[in-house]
Write a protein that binds this ligand. Structure first.
Ligand SMILES: *Cc1c(COP(=O)(O)O)cnc(C)c1O
Length: 388
């Protein structure tokens, strides 16, 4: 079945008793036992809830894994994964990482004695060099946030397998619509479902999918024990959002490609980061592991002083954190998502104070380009007024 068909039908035919097409929301914290030692399959909602289970099973199918788990946020899902590791262990992770993940690794894992090495996970020799006998996992983002660097999933999996360690991929940017890391050999996929999967900026959620049932069981044990589960209502919101994933991703991508090409021609823009552009350094690696380029576009403006007036002059595009929703957003990574990364580290990896990130929504692309055009013009006027 095509993924377009699967997502449109998410949750349908799960309730033969009523024929409900939309999964019912089971707002019940606990469930009656038919008798001593008996269960309907549900006991207590932290352990299992029918609405959340529908989401978890459907997500596992979409990502081609054995077990799906839903959490109250993407960070809660990543935190659950971190429980696989202990003092003395080492993780090798992508160097251009989501700021919240970096904060979790540096401020929570490192003080526990877990070592984290940051490398360009598109450079397999660098990955080989960073892996030592204490390494337990590779953690990849691809494309990365906000620089759209490409990791080589298959290549990293080869390195990990040779050492008997696992590969984890944060698939938030691509979603299973464009990229399915478990099919490429990865062991776990993690999502901030707050982004494209939810798609409407109305629910905070995280998902994990494990390929192997035993690893899935172990993660479910941590999920239930630590308890940061997704609520039944939010599980339903997420399922509803995901039904239109295919349509949305197609439109995000078409719009993003057009905006990226337009930005490349703009005199105030010195560099555009989008994996679908011809000049993208690892476009071919990306094309071998994904079927699309997604809706995220970053760009450098010619002067850092343009950024503030640009952000305050957009009218249609909203200046806000987050990404992946139907509404276009503009973000300033250096002061928003990446503020927890020391300035010198930030600058060294390319997240400079001239970098702006766009999450391209599903509006008409002409309106998006017109908004950027007028905002860049206004920014230029303001900078000229105070003197360039
Ligand atoms: C937003 C995001 C996260 C964190 O997810 P939350 O739902 O905000 O907790 C993790 N990884 C990536 C790539 C993200 O964009």
């Amino acid at each position: 079945m095509h993924i377009d068909t699967h997502v449109a039908q998410l949750g349908n035919r799960r309730d033969p008793a009523t024929g409900a097409i939309s999964v019912p929301v089971y707002h019940s914290a606990t469930f009656a036992h038919p008798g001593p030692g008996q269960s309907t399959g549900y006991d207590y909602t932290r352990t299992g809830n029918p609405t959340r289970q529908a989401l978890e099973e459907e997500t596992a199918r979409l990502e081609r894994g054995a077990r799906g788990l839903a959490f109250a946020s993407g960070m809660a899902a990543i935190d659950c994964l971190c429980r696989l590791f202990g003092p003395g262990d080492r993780l090798v992770v992508s160097d251009d990482l989501y700021g919240g993940t970096y904060r979790l690794f540096e401020r929570i894992l490192r003080p526990l004695g877990i070592d984290v090495a940051y490398v360009d996970t598109g450079d397999l020799e660098a990955v080989e060099r960073a892996v030592n006998e204490r390494t337990r996992a590779l953690f990849l983002e691809t494309p990365t946030n906000p620089l759209m660097k490409i990791s080589d999933i298959r290549g990293c999996v080869r390195i990990a397998r040779a050492r008997g360690i696992i590969t984890i991929v944060d698939n938030t940017f691509m979603t299973p619509y464009f990229q399915r890391p478990l099919e490429l050999g990865a062991d776990v996929v993690v999502h901030s479902a707050t982004k494209y999967l939810g798609g409407h900026n109305d629910v905070l959620a995280g998902l994990l999918v494990a390929k192997d049932p035993a690893l899935g069981e172990r993660l479910q044990f941590y999920q239930n024990s630590a308890g940061a589960v997704l609520s039944p209502h939010d599980s339903w919101l997420l399922l509803r959002g995901m039904k239109t994933l295919a349509l949305r991703m197609q439109r995000h991508e078409a719009n993003a490609a057009a905006v990226a090409r337009w930005l490349e021609t703009h005199p105030l823009v010195t560099r555009v980061y989008y994996p679908g552009l011809d000049g993208h350094p690892r476009r071919s690696v990306h094309e071998q592991q994904a079927t699309g380029f997604g809706g995220m576009v970053s760009f450098d403006v010619a002067d850092a002083r343009l950024v503030a007036p640009l952000l305050s002059n957009v009218r249609l595009i909203t200046f806000a954190e987050s990404l992946g929703g139907v509404e276009s957003l503009i973000t300033y990574p250096a002061v928003q998502t990446h503020s927890d990364i020391p300035p010198e580290v930030r600058e060294a990896i390319g997240v400079t104070d001239r970098l702006v990130r766009l999450s391209i929504g599903i509006e008409h692309v002409d309106d998006l380009i017109a908004d950027l055009e007028q905002a860049l013009k206004a920014a230029e006027r303001e900078v000229k007024r105070v003197g360039l």
